[in-house]
Design a protein around this ligand. Structure first.
Ligand SMILES: NC(=O)c1ccc[n+]([C@@H]2O[C@H](COP(=O)([O-])OP(=O)(O)OC[C@H]3O[C@@H](n4cnc5c(N)ncnc54)[C@H](O)[C@@H]3O)[C@@H](O)[C@H]2O)c1
Length: 335
């Protein structure tokens, strides 16, 4: 057994503390040798991870071979580039950035340093979606024709978070754009999106939407339809359907049990998982294990820098499409 790989954690908020806990308790290939979050040092202390008061010191520390970036989106680009310059492998949360202009610089820094960049598209590591993809690519339903993704959060994130998030398409639907690319295994050529702010006037006031439908057209003609909402009264709703020439593949919501109870009011089941930390708990562990394998050189990252960049392009096209109420080609946003 080789020695664990030293890993540093940047950001210990909602998702960062989960990654930190997984590294410490579930992924022996990594040893957490440092963590930096100016506003959540207690998390590092509780997990017994050495505290760094600034992230530059963490990404240049010799004991750190890899970093996990779970800081706010606006810091990702700068932190990836700095980590790569110090020769550190990077697992960065989505989105890579909110702007297309910074993407080439990120990819170039990573290429020049020869380090691994994995992007936090955790749903690729979900056992259900990865099985669906395997069956699809194995020809189980023939060629795919149409993908349908439903992705609804239980409740909107705090307004302060939404303000810096880049909007519904870059922050939330980006997972679904990546899922569509992951399943269809082709590139998107055009995007048509509609969005509304129906849940609260505050979301409208920051220029964002909370409800959206996006249609993607792939270069092989396959279509994908994605519906998103920041609120679902019944929990975190995550479903995927692929309609193929010879059949259909479907991933339904996971539930904490399969028990059903019938009474005069109808048939009842346990509620859906509350949110991503519950629904994708095991996927985050598998994502971290996949990163360890990529750093060790035994596997490719499950989602790399190109995947991260393509998803941002689709999200930027979707935002433009809904603002201007027209279809937008990827060629146009790349120009
Ligand atoms: N893959 C997923 O399922 C998933 C889920 C949630 C969030 N995210 C992404 O993860 C990122 C963080 O989201 P979150 O919901 O955890 O946000 P959050 O606001 O809960 O956490 C961000 C943390 O970063 C810290 N921080 C601020 N400045 C920092 C700095 N200079 N160095 C280090 N840490 C700093 C903040 O104090 C905060 O604790 C976002 O980019 C978001 O898009 C991904």
């Amino acid at each position: 057994v080789s020695a664990p790989i030293g890993i540093g954690l940047l950001g210990l908020g909602r998702i960062g503390r989960l990654h930190a806990r997984n590294v410490v308790t579930r992924v022996p290939a990594f040893a957490a040798v440092g963590a930096c979050d100016p506003y959540a040092e207690n998390v590092a202390v509780e997990l017994g991870i050495p505290v760094f008061s600034d992230w530059q010191a963490l990404v240049s520390a010799p004991e750190v071979a890899a970093v996990v970036i779970s800081s706010p989106t606006e810091l990702h680009a700068e932190q990836i580039i700095e980590a790569a310059r110090h020769g550190k492998h990077v697992l960065c949360e989505k989105p890579l950035d909110r702007e297309l202009a910074t993407l080439p610089g990120i990819l170039q820094a990573v290429d020049e340093a020869g380090v691994v960049l994995q992007v936090g598209f955790n749903r690729r590591a979900d056992r259900n979606f990865s099985q669906l993809r395997q069956e699809l690519s194995g020809g189980a339903i023939g060629d795919p024709l149409l993908v349908k993704i439903t992705s609804r959060d239980p409740a909107p994130a705090p307004l302060a978070y939404l303000k810096g998030s880049g909007g519904l398409f870059l922050d939330m639907a980006i997972h679904d754009f990546d899922m569509a690319r992951y399943l269809v295994d082709a590139e998107v050529v055009s995007v048509s999106a509609a969005g509304s702010a129906l849940l609260s006037p505050e979301i409208a006031a920051i220029g964002d939407v909370d409800t959206a439908v996006t249609t993607l057209t792939f270069d092989n003609g396959v279509l994908a339809v994605i519906d998103n909402c920041r609120q679902a009264s019944y929990g975190y709703d995550q479903r995927v359907e692929v309609h193929g020439r010879n059949g259909m593949l479907l991933v339904d919501n996971e539930q904490s049990s399969t028990v059903r109870r019938a009474d005069a009011a109808g048939y009842h089941r346990d509620p859906l998982p509350n949110f991503f930390l519950d629904r994708y708990g095991e996927a985050y562990v598998r994502e971290m294990e996949a990163f360890a394998a990529a750093v060790a050189g035994t596997a490719e990252p499950i989602a790399d820098g190109i995947d991260g960049a393509r998803a941002v392009e689709i999200a930027v096209a979707a935002e433009l499409s809904r603002k201007e109420r027209r279809a937008v080609t990827l060629e146009e946003v790349r120009r």
